[in-house]
Design a protein around this ligand. Structure first.
Ligand SMILES: Nc1ncnc2c1ncn2[C@@H]1O[C@H](COP(=O)(O)OP(=O)(O)OP(=O)(O)O)[C@@H](O)[C@H]1O
Ligand SMILES: [Mg+2]
Length: 146
């Protein structure tokens, strides 16, 4: 069996852990000559979408929320060594785990890289809910970074 690593998705939520995960993703991307997608998901305010409804497009959010998310990707771009790596940044709206999994499916990703923990404050959990969830629903292998 052979596993080609051609496309890697890294999930960024503004936390140091997610930045460490993206740093590892960039390192792997460089080693394998893979394309890197730096992705962040904007979670709509509770109650924004009706039951069964589609999440709104990012444009529909309060500008401040979207700007805050752009900042996460801008900061990551500045902090990471992306020299010589083909990469792009992507913003999605909705449930973070579901959107990351969908993105991996659409882009035919070979690897999803996330931090073990993120920006949340649920300290009682060993693994973050997004990191946990993507291992169940992602179409590709998931690498969780401590
Ligand atoms: N909104 C998001 N967009 C993109 N990636 C995300 C997002 N939220 C989390 N991630 C990814 O998942 C990793 C783990 O974050 P997760 O949200 O699971 O943990 P947490 O914030 O500590 O806990 P919780 O959110 O369950 O309170 C992050 O380091 C990041 O890589
Ligand atoms: Mg979180």
């Amino acid at each position: 069996m052979d596993w080609k690593i051609e496309t890697i998705v890294a999930g960024l939520d503004g936390s140091d852990q997610s930045l460490s995960a993206a740093r590892l993703a960039a390192t792997v991307a460089r080693q394998f000559g893979a394309r890197l997608i730096l992705a962040t998901v904007v979670r709509p305010p509770e109650g924004w979408w009706g039951i069964g409804g589609e999440p709104p497009a990012p444009e529909a959010f309060a500008k401040a929320v979207v700007e805050a998310r752009k900042e996460i990707l801008d900061r990551a771009e500045a902090a990471l060594d992306l020299e010589g790596i083909t990469y792009e940044t992507v913003e999605e709206a909705g449930d973070p785990a579901a959107q990351l999994a969908d993105l991996c499916r659409r882009e035919d990703a070979d690897l999803l890289v996330v931090g073990r923990r993120g920006a949340g404050l649920v300290e009682r959990l060993l693994v973050g809910s997004v990191a946990d969830r993507v291992t169940h629903i992602a179409p590709c292998p998931v690498l969780t970074v401590p």
